[in-house]
Ligand binder design. Structure first.
Ligand code: HEC
Length: 436
């Protein structure tokens, strides 16, 4: 992606680490919000349709209340839905620079689709508010007044708009979320794999349980809860919140456990495991809190349920980010080496930079992972180079585009050398490896 390549610079290891932390913070903002937006819109559209079909005003009331409450307002949509995703695209472009991973394309696609869908969903929200307004006006004006006809037309118009924008917005958001999950999982799993599909399903179930948590929080807890006069309606909302939170919370541990099993060994570490376990434990706590509210027929735990679910979600985010960082570690080494090279060049420390020197490239880049006679990250040259004796071209080809050749080692990331640089380092290695 050329225009993104213009925005990225080689980064030192410290910068790369910092970028990982910033990315994590951005995910803390984006993922809970977009999950609630998705879950809330799905419920609203579903109950609105059901309410209109069955002529049930309570369903319609719920459909309106939920979209109004959970989407908060349009600025929040931009601040939490759109801005973080764009920032994430730029950070991932830095982190995966040089790897030829398509992750950035997926995230960029997700960003574009998310932006359109957020606009459509907020349009849906406004038309829902308008149609509610028209309904109220209609009740005030007597039937035989001819303004009543005009108002009815407006209301129908707004209803049609609301249907379309809501449905299309939701569909686009669904695709956008899939591309998002595929993008942030790309250092671990390819696009078309069961693992990505499972991660997406995990994302959706988490989205529904956090939406349930948000219903508890915003209807029954925040600011003393909404003033709901009608007891039937109250019971109805509670039932929905319990059902979706419960179902989502039960299914998630299965997906999370599967993810542990499926993660490549390069991505695993004690911290990854610990964060995943904390997330699962918190799900059980949430489960328990909901159960206590059903058993005692009250809503006292409405706030805590939401907090626990949010923290469980944070646990999953940290786990995924750490796993991504681990899997990308080798590329980070190369980026760091390139950073040193670049730094030397601009600070004039390397006056001979114009002459491509194999030895210099070895010192700057390869030596972080290779030595001649012992294993570092990659195999020792004395062991691997003899087979390239008299096959300079094959060695150049390997360096420009590494393939997995040595069992027991992780794949070598592409060091991103220009053809003449690869030629120089290959010649230098074959000339000197025996004497080292
Ligand atoms: C980030 C760590 C890392 C860096 C940097 C790195 N390599 Fe490697 N290299 C590896 C690993 C890991 C392997 C083993 C991969 C395999 O063959 O499965 C490897 C394997 C090799 C092999 C053996 C290939 C074979 O066919 O057996 C050669 C030759 C090689 N690297 C050359 C280089 C050169 C030249 C550079 C610098 C331009 C370099 N490497 C930079 C990690 C690295």
């Amino acid at each position: 992606m050329n225009f993104l390549d213009n925005l990225v610079l080689p980064q030192s290891s410290e910068h790369i680490e910092l970028l990982h932390y910033i990315l994590m913070l951005i995910m803390f903002l984006f993922i809970p919000f977009i999950s609630i937006l998705f879950g809330g819109t799905t419920l609203s559209i579903y109950y609105r349709r059901k309410g209109l079909n069955e002529n049930n005003p309570m369903f319609i009331r719920f459909a309106h209340d939920i979209i109004e409450t959970l989407t908060i307002n349009k600025s929040i949509g931009i601040i939490l839905g759109i801005v973080p995703l764009l920032t994430a695209v730029l950070i991932v472009a830095q982190l995966l620079h040089n790897t030829e991973s398509p992750a950035v394309y997926y995230l960029l696609t997700s960003f574009i689709l998310t932006t359109i869908s957020v606009i459509l969903i907020y349009t849906y929200r406004y038309s829902v508010i308008f149609s509610r307004l028209f309904d109220n006006i209609k009740n005030i004006i007597p039937e035989d007044d001819n303004t009543s006809e005009i108002i009815k037309n407006y209301r129908d118009g707004s209803r049609a708009l609301s249907y379309r924008s809501g449905r299309y917005g939701l569909l686009l958001l669904f695709i956008a979320l899939f591309m998002f999950v595929a993008g942030i999982s790309n250092t671990l799993f390819p696009l078309y794999s069961f693992e990505v599909l499972f991660r997406f399903l995990q994302f959706l179930t988490a989205a529904f349980s956090i939406t349930g948590g948000a219903i508890f929080f915003s209807f029954f807890y925040w600011d003393g809860g909404r003033k709901i006069d009608d007891d039937n309606y109250r019971t109805f909302i509670k039932k929905i919140a319990v059902n979706i939170t419960f179902t989502g919370t039960i299914i998630q541990p299965l997906f999370l456990t599967y993810d542990f099993i499926a993660l490549p060994s390069t991505a695993l570490s004690g911290a990854v495991f610990t964060c995943g376990m904390i997330a699962i434990l918190l799900l059980f706590v949430a489960y328990h809190l909901i159960y206590s509210m059903i058993r005692d027929a009250n809503l006292k735990m409405s706030g805590p349920v939401f907090y626990v679910l949010i923290f469980s979600m944070f646990g999953v985010i940290v786990k995924d980010q750490l796993a991504m960082g681990n899997a990308n570690k080798l590329n980070s080494v190369i980026l760091n080496a390139k950073y040193i090279e670049y730094f030397n060049e601009i600070s004039g420390a390397n006056k001979l930079a114009a002459v491509v020197s194999g030895e210099q490239i070895y010192k700057n880049i390869c030596s972080s992972c290779h030595s001649f006679d012992h294993k570092i990250v990659g195999p020792p040259y004395k062991q691997t180079l003899p087979k390239y004796e008299g096959k300079l071209d094959q060695l150049v080809a390997f360096i420009r585009n590494p393939t997995q050749n040595n069992p027991g080692y992780p794949p070598m990331p592409n060091p991103g050398l220009k053809p003449n640089e690869a030629q120089a380092i290959a010649e230098w290695l074959l000339k000197t490896y025996k004497t080292k």
